[in-house]
Design a binder for this molecule. Structure first.
Ligand SMILES: Cc1ncc(COP(=O)(O)O)c(C=O)c1O
Length: 404
């Protein structure tokens, strides 16, 4: 697909007459949605907006079939079994689900990297305060990814006590991808479970939970062309079967009496109450769209855009790129800060020129506090962005930097 045929699928991009009206470089926050996703959701509301999985009538069956279809599509995307896919509202809920469900003992240890999004940090801090677990942080190495030697040291230090290693696949701070395969091998050798936050990774690279051998994988629909309020938790079957659902009610039981109940099988026992059917159906369409474009093409376009913007930024002395300077290590993300200039001010000046980026501490406050850096500007591209847009960004930033 060329630029214009890709862009023609996105109503938000179709509305503009020229790129000066609108350049969206905040895709790590949330992506734009293609027409096929919007249409599928509208179709649900217009043609069969009923309850799935319980009502046996024809429209109910249509909903149930679509929910099953999305579950199969998601399972195939990450190489999992259908029953291992639990629909949630987002990555945050998926991670909290795991934090709630593991049978913690005082003194159990959770290891994370030093670049986790708040959603993969706060649950572990709170757990320590509430249950007396220990949260320890594995530093990144000079390449910006988790330091495997340091990880090994901590696994040895807490020998037998590390219950979970919870790491991001790709960082929303700098786009760097962690070696999840090695992390899982190492963690498992010491008896730990592995949770991967794939919120940033999965929109840009293919993931096989089987190959990586991870125990849990969390991601959000809205970061990969899907609807807001849709997320997924993958969990290994035998682990999910041991979990006590953290919400129960309608849809989670096969039967109940006044004083007992019998839970549904996995994954339905975890999906309490009437579900976001339109969202789940839209998520299925998003998966289809990503597969149509293909991860190879997504990676090619990420690199092309990242390289162009990185080359420009590296030529300016006041600018510091976070993470590695090499664009091929950072997916679609280019985060940077400018000596003597406030990141929010630059973001607002870019916005004046209709270029949308993210600024501040990017929900990784812990890293910024530790490094004593005030904030960053994050440009995050996706496959529908173009070199023309990247060029418009560099020209605009160049003018801004003359003024600040
Ligand atoms: C790496 C990472 N993890 C978790 C999240 C949280 O995602 P959500 O807000 O969809 O739960 C984000 C969102 O930016 C993220 O980038």
């Amino acid at each position: 697909m060329n630029d214009s045929s890709i862009q023609s699928n996105f109503p938000t991009l179709n509305k503009r007459k020229s790129i000066e009206e609108f350049v969206y470089f905040d895709n790590a926050c949330t992506t734009l949605r293609p027409k096929s996703v919007i249409n599928a959701m509208n179709k649900y509301y217009e043609e069969y907006s009923v309850c799935g999985e319980r009502s046996l009538h024809k429209l109910g069956k249509m909903v149930s079939d679509k929910v099953h279809e999305t579950r199969s599509l998601v399972a195939r995307l990450i190489d999992a079994r259908k029953e291992e896919i639990v629909f949630t509202r987002n990555t945050t809920e998926s991670i909290n689900f795991v934090a709630y469900s593991i049978d913690w003992k005082k003194g159990d240890v959770v290891l994370t990297s030093d670049k986790e999004h708040n959603s993969n940090l706060l649950p572990w801090i709170r757990l320590s305060a509430k249950l007396g677990t220990v949260h320890a942080v594995v530093k990144s190495d000079s390449n910006g990814s988790i330091d495997l030697l340091y990880l090994k040291e901590l696994l040895e230090k807490y020998n037998g006590k590390v219950k979970l290693v919870a790491v991001t696949l790709s960082s929303n701070l700098d786009g760097i991808t962690n070696p999840v395969l090695e992390i899982a091998r190492l963690g498992h050798r010491y008896g730990a479970l592995i949770l991967v936050d794939a919120a940033q990774g999965l929109p840009h690279q293919s993931v096989s939970v089987k190959k990586f051998d991870v125990d849990f994988l969390a991601f959000s629909g809205h970061k990969m062309l899907g609807p807001s309020g849709t997320g997924v938790l993958y969990g290994k079957k035998k682990l999910l079967e041991e979990f006590e659902p953290f919400m129960i009610g309608g849809g989670t039981v096969v039967k109940s009496t006044y004083n007992s109940y019998c839970l549904e099988n996995i994954p339905e026992r975890f999906e309490a109450g009437l579900q976001d059917y339109a969202g789940i159906i839209g998520l299925g369409e998003a998966v289809k769209f990503i597969q149509k474009v293909g991860y190879k093409e997504i990676a090619r376009r990420d690199l092309e855009l990242n390289k162009y913007i990185t080359d420009y930024l590296c030529s300016i002395e006041r600018v510091h790129i976070i993470g590695a300077n090499e664009p091929e290590k950072r997916g679609g993300i280019i985060s940077f800060y400018v000596d003597g200039a406030d990141s929010h001010m630059i973001a607002l000046m870019l916005d004046e020129a209709n270029i949308m980026v993210r600024s501040g501490q990017l929900c990784v406050h812990s890293w910024f506090s530790d490094k004593d850096i005030q904030g960053a500007i994050r440009v995050s591209a996706y496959f529908y962005n173009t070199l023309e847009e990247a060029e418009y960004f560099t020209k605009t930033l160049s003018n801004i930097l003359k003024a600040v």
